[in-house]
Design a binder for this molecule. Structure first.
Ligand code: ADP
Length: 157
């Protein structure tokens, strides 16, 4: 089965990467879909985020990286996927993710949303927490792939 993993990935964390690695063992093909979303005013440009993901996932087979703008269900339809993947870190994610999954199911009944639980040791990680630590010069080497750490240090210096 083909599964779409949509997100902002601004930037990719080791939590995202762990989810991609585990999904690629379970599903036939994983498509990481990076949301362009200029309204969100991302820290990293779309090109930077695509490059960060491509470099960090070179070891993963049957993986595609694309960008999209607009509705996730439209992207899922265009790429002919069977499932949509989202990660769950804690109860705080659950309500929001359930709301999105229900909304998507009212827009299209072609796809099921699948949730994978975050690895416990990555459950504290979010892109915004990582950026906050990087902004104040803290150690981020255990939070993000090497290329992202380099980009963050460059960005906040
Ligand atoms: P969005 O703006 O769509 O929430 P994110 O890049 O923040 O984009 O997250 C994309 C997906 O990755 C979401 O399903 C989110 O729950 C999941 N995710 C975020 N952080 C982690 C983490 N530390 N471990 C696993 N999954 C995560």
């Amino acid at each position: 089965m083909k599964i779409l993993y949509p997100g902002s990935f601004d930037p990719l964390t080791l939590g995202h990467l762990d989810l991609i690695e585990r999904a690629s063992k379970v599903f036939g093909e994983v498509i990481v879909a990076v949301l362009q979303n200029p309204q969100k005013n991302p820290t990293f440009s779309l090109e930077e985020r695509l490059r960060q993901i491509a470099t960090s996932t070179e070891h993963i087979k049957k993986l595609r990286i694309i960008s999209f703008d607009g509705l996730t269900v439209t992207c899922a339809r265009e790429h002919n996927v069977d499932l949509i993947l989202r990660g769950l870190r804690a109860m705080s994610d659950f309500e929001y993710e359930l709301q999105i999954a229900h909304t998507n199911s009212t827009l299209s009944n072609e796809f099921e949303t699948v949730f994978l639980a975050t690895a416990a040791h990555h459950s504290f990680l979010s892109s915004s927490v990582v950026k906050e630590v990087a902004r104040f010069g803290g150690n981020i080497s255990h939070m993000v792939p090497e290329i992202v750490a380099k980009d963050l240090i460059k960005h906040f210096n």
